[in-house]
Design a protein around this ligand. Structure first.
Ligand code: ZN
Length: 275
């Protein structure tokens, strides 16, 4: 199970908790902001550290796998957890973990970004600027309908697995939830996106909704790195049906689960139940 990164349910779990905790709190100081984590072309780490102190958190938003801390200035601090990033809410006297790349000091408590592999990113969105307009549909919004997904898949010859991983089509899905959604919709991952029937697309949209909502209820999936903002792992790994090192046989027909690399990403599926 390589390449497991926080996907929509994990990021949403962190968002829901931190939104409650941070709303209305004022940041006193930005410490230890690692300039290598800041996205190219964005405001520099020094500038972020200079701008934020004294400002209040208005809300914490999410688009796909990205988080946005909205400030009272209507500016946003963008956070992406990459492969191994953790966003932890801790007491200020908690010893610093190695690989701490940003500390927002709220007085008494810190919000710390810890990322051993450093694939995460920090960015800055100016007032009035759109939040990542290139991102695809938000899968839990009303905008993801069977008709809209069919429109986006029409004529596409790439495998449905790869198209669902493409963040500009649907935002927030990664390896785990794509495999789970395709299994529940009974669609083979290597089928061309454009070959899906109306019924297939309907089942797929329903499956995506169910899989993501269940994962959020279970606090996300933890195979190795992922923990929530208090450092607790999620429980959704116990509820997955096709993705996971302990899942060797299909829970429906009991035939062995197939693992196959499709355009660089491993897909887990049942060749009997999925068509
Ligand atoms: Zn099966």
């Amino acid at each position: 199970m390589c390449n497991v990164m926080p996907e929509l349910p994990e990021v949403e779990t962190i968002r829901m908790f931190l939104n409650e905790v941070l709303m209305g709190k004022k940041v006193q100081q930005v410490r230890h902001l690692d300039s290598r984590m800041v996205k190219k072309g964005h405001v520099s780490s020094e500038e972020i550290s200079r701008r934020l102190p004294g400002h209040m958190v208005k809300s914490l938003k999410r688009r796909g796998k990205f988080l946005f801390l909205e400030w009272d200035t209507r500016e946003h601090l963008l956070l992406h957890l990459g492969m191994s990033g953790r966003l932890l809410w801790v007491f200020e006297d908690e010893p610093w973990a190695v690989h701490t790349h940003m500390i927002l000091d709220f007085g008494g408590h810190h919000l710390r970004l810890i990322d051993p592999r450093r694939f995460g990113r920090i960015g800055w969105i100016e007032k009035g600027e759109e939040l990542l307009p290139h991102l695809g549909i938000e899968p839990l919004s009303r905008k993801l309908t069977a008709r809209e997904l069919a429109r986006r898949l029409e004529g596409r010859t790439a495998p449905i697995k790869s198209l669902l991983l493409n963040q500009s089509i649907v935002a927030g899905l990664g390896n785990i939830y794509v495999d789970e959604s395709l299994f529940r919709a009974r669609i083979l991952p290597h089928r061309a996106g454009g070959s899906l029937s109306e019924q297939d697309t309907k089942r797929l949209v329903r499956a995506i909704h169910t899989v993501l909502k269940e994962a959020i209820i279970h606090g996300g999936t933890s195979f190795s790195d992922y923990v929530d903002a208090l450092g607790h792992p999620g429980k959704n790994q116990d509820y997955l049906q096709i993705y996971g090192r302990n899942i060797t046989h299909c829970p429906v027909c009991t035939k062995p689960v197939v693992s196959q690399v499709i355009q660089g990403r491993t897909a887990h599926f049942c060749q009997y139940c999925q068509r």
